[in-house]
Ligand binder design. Structure first.
Ligand SMILES: C[S@@+](CC[C@H](N)C(=O)[O-])C[C@H]1O[C@@H](n2cnc3c(N)ncnc32)[C@H](O)[C@@H]1O
Length: 250
């Protein structure tokens, strides 16, 4: 499995600061070179979340589901276009596989609506950051997040998808940014550098298509459909019209 993962991830060197648990360090050492002077630094914060910082640009990503955007999306939930895109006959599905979970924003929002999520992430850095963030959900009694179910796995969804079944398979692969990077959200700038472009997303789509399940694919509105495959229908979009959801019926 590691060979497939190596081919898919961007080559970055990272510095681990003190306090990173040895099992996470051992896991990362299979995929990355450590260098204490590296531009990318992984830190464990005082509140036990992982923070990834790029020293040269001062970009940083602190992954904590108890804060910020995640809580905002829980509260603003009625306005989420993705909720409409995943509905089947006007009802939310019971189960969904997120085969491109990233920093889990979409899955987390869906899980907060009671959808049982299976998520499969192949980027080792994101995987340990998200796994740490998930570990706090049930222990945080003041959060709105107590009832969420996210079954989180490490691996390439192209290999693992056939092992799972759900009402919906959801894909949101990285797509080359259209605008200059300075205008792209900070978080996306980091993801573009650490993850790359998911250039095998057409292959993932074809494997997902074989699962006889409804597929929902998030695309930038300017992008052609994934694998140039015409969707059964499309659902647009947020207020700024930046995103489109293409839906493929089984
Ligand atoms: C654009 S991000 C997804 C963002 C996500 N929807 C969110 O709300 O945070 C794409 C993610 O999918 C992951 N990914 C892409 N192809 C994958 C595959 N074949 N298997 C597992 N993960 C994959 C990438 O590593 C990356 O983390």
């Amino acid at each position: 499995m590691n060979e497939t993962i190596h081919q898919s991830i961007a080559t970055v060197q990272i510095a681990l600061t003190n306090g990173i648990p040895s099992d996470d360090a051992d896991f990362l050492s299979q995929f990355y070179q450590f260098d204490k002077n590296a531009d990318w630094q992984l830190t464990l914060t005082d509140t036990d979340s992982y923070c990834l910082t790029q020293l040269s640009t001062k970009l940083s990503l602190n992954l904590d589901f108890r804060q910020g955007n995640y809580r905002y999306r829980q509260q603003a939930i009625g306005k989420e276009p993705l909720l409409n895109a995943v509905k089947i006959q006007k009802k939310l599905p019971k189960t969904l596989i997120d085969a491109t979970p990233g920093v889990l924003k979409d899955s987390f929002m869906l899980a907060n609506r009671g959808i049982q999520i299976t998520a499969i992430e192949r980027n080792p850095l994101l995987y340990i950051m998200v796994r740490k963030a998930l570990s706090h959900i049930n222990s945080n009694t003041n959060s709105l997040t107590n009832s969420i179910i996210i079954d989180y796995h490490f691996g390439d969804a192209k290999d693992l998808l056939p092992n799972f079944h759900a009402d919906i398979i959801y894909l949101d692969p990285m797509y080359p940014a259209k605008r200059k990077s300075a205008q792209v959200k900070k978080e996306m700038q980091i993801l573009h550098q650490v993850i790359g472009t998911d250039s095998d997303s057409d292959d993932l789509f074809h494997i997902a298509k074989q699962q006889s399940t409804r597929l929902v694919i998030k695309r930038p509105s300017y992008a052609t459909p994934i694998a140039d495959s015409k969707p059964s229908f499309s659902y647009s979009t947020d207020k700024r019209g930046a995103t489109r959801f293409d839906i493929y019926l089984p």
